[in-house]
Design a binder for this molecule. Structure first.
Ligand SMILES: *[C@@H]1O[C@H](CO)[C@@H](O)[C@H](O)[C@H]1NC(C)=O
Ligand SMILES: *[C@@H]1O[C@H](CO)[C@@H](O)[C@H](O)[C@H]1NC(C)=O
Ligand SMILES: *[C@@H]1O[C@H](CO)[C@@H](O)[C@H](O)[C@H]1NC(C)=O
Length: 424
């Protein structure tokens, strides 16, 4: 339950947003043969400029990884001077001079997944090193560790992070490794040590991978959803929008579902070359605003039948006991033609008698104020999405009846969204 005791470092009150190298660039450290793509200081500086431009201060986190190659004679992590000639603190200073914050990857284990030093045996020292580098965000992976030791080890590292006095977001892989080992993660404890955590597989550059994640979060929502809230989030992994594997429709679906899931929005894409239509998806302010809703309630899959899914997330504003909602209609079918979905607001659980102002978050269409009895009809493209926002109205019955009896909703998309009024 989100009101349970949780990590109170004051951070990640809404899901963190930013850019990570991993999904797109992997462990490329070959600066000799691939200078444009290897993970190095100059590469991060270059991407940094684009992150800044791409997200117009919406995205604030940023992760570098593969910087700490080894330990010195005192056991301290030391940067790879070939790729980070001025070290991690200088990089952190540079990144933090912009609107971004600085994140780093490590591993609760003997090694990182790529074989670099892990934190086991150096928990306190590494926490202090990160604080001295002005790190804002620590991702702690779980390779080369015993999953049964994580219940003790992750909180211990969290304790040392806290003791540094520097607020650092703690991103954990603790539950996913335990689930892989057949254990049931103790989320009560995880919430107390982590600002976010991975539940499921690493995302790969394909729609199959995105679908498997969507299914995992839908099928396990009764266990997963209650753990999310301000300061502690489920992390379905990076946004792969703008890479090679997703179509335009599928990219829109990933962005919409991640917002419904109150997911961290962590891009992993080459911002130097991303096409404008994909950049526009990542920059969709209305969808980002759903993701960043201050209530921090994770949404759910409320309908699934014959390849059609409806996902719903309660958001602000509230009026009396009624929430506003973001609603995503997803078409998982592949039969070539858009599918119609017709449903009343009431059937979606939107029952405030004062009505809801409804807008489409991709098509920039405002449908005015609709009553709960209004039947909405959307056309959803194969592997695509229609995402709506329905803001509950303050008590203003005259306006409801005005819109629902006298106004034909403006529809530039000719029959993409038809509204039929019942009940008035
Ligand atoms: C990590 O190293 C220690 C000390 O060598 C060893 O006891 C432990 O089993 C190792 N853990 C894993 C997961 O390999
Ligand atoms: C450390 O933990 C205490 C107790 O939960 C909290 O009040 C404080 O803000 C934390 N400090 C940092 C730097 O995370
Ligand atoms: C889960 O963690 C909480 C908080 O640390 C602890 O009180 C509880 O006993 C743990 N539950 C189990 C089943 O281990």
């Amino acid at each position: 339950i989100s009101s349970a005791v949780s990590l109170e470092n004051g951070l990640a009150r809404t899901p963190p947003m930013g850019w990570l190298a991993w999904e797109r660039f992997r462990c490329n450290t070959d600066c000799k043969n691939d200078p444009d793509n290897c993970i190095s200081c100059s590469y991060i500086l270059e991407i940094n400029l684009f992150t800044f431009e791409a997200q117009e201060s919406q995205f604030v986190q940023k992760l570098s990884k593969l910087g700490q190659k080894e330990r010195n004679q005192y056991g301290e992590l030391v940067p790879d001077r070939t790729r980070f000639p001025r070290g991690m603190k200088a990089l952190s200073d540079y990144v933090s001079d912009s609107i971004l914050k600085f994140g780093i990857y490590e591993d609760f284990g003997n090694y990182t997944c790529a074989g670099y030093p892990g934190v086991i045996g150096n928990l306190q020292q590494d926490a202090e090193t990160f604080a001295s580098w002005d790190v804002d965000y620590v991702k702690l992976d779980g390779c080369y560790a015993h999953p049964s030791e994580m219940d003790r080890g992750y909180p211990e590292f969290g304790f040392y992070l806290n003791r540094t006095g520097r607020g650092m977001i703690c991103s954990c892989s603790w539950p996913v490794y335990q689930i892989y080992a057949g254990m049931a993660p103790n989320f009560t404890s995880i919430i107390q040590s982590c600002n976010m955590w991975r539940n499921f597989d690493d995302i790969q550059d394909s729609w199959v991978s995105v679908e498997s994640i969507i299914d995992y979060y839908g099928n396990n929502q009764d266990v997963i959803v209650p753990n999310a809230g301000p300061g502690h989030w489920n992390d379905p992994d990076m946004l792969i929008i703008g890479n090679f594997g997703l179509s335009y429709e599928q990219s829109k679906t990933q962005m919409a579902i991640w917002a419904i899931l109150a997911a961290p929005l962590l891009m992993s894409v080459d911002l130097r070359t991303i096409r404008p239509e994909y950049k526009a998806i990542l920059q969709n302010k209305k969808i980002i605003s759903v993701d960043q809703d201050p209530l921090g309630i994770q949404g759910r899959r409320i309908y699934k039948h014959k390849g059609i899914e409806i996902w719903s997330r309660p958001i602000t504003p509230l009026y009396q006991n009624y929430f506003s909602y973001a609603i995503a209609f997803v078409n998982r079918r592949t039969d070539g033609t858009p599918s119609d979905v017709a449903v009343t607001l009431k059937e979606l659980g939107l029952s405030s008698p004062t009505g809801y102002r409804v807008e489409d978050l991709y098509e920039d269409v405002d449908y005015g104020v609709l009553s709960p009895q209004t039947k909405i009809k959307v056309k959803v493209n194969p592997s695509g999405v229609v995402i709506l926002r329905a803001d509950v109205q303050v008590d203003f019955d005259r306006r409801v009846s005005y819109y629902t009896t006298q106004r034909t909703p403006y529809n530039p998309l000719n029959q993409v969204f038809r509204i039929r009024n019942n009940g008035f």
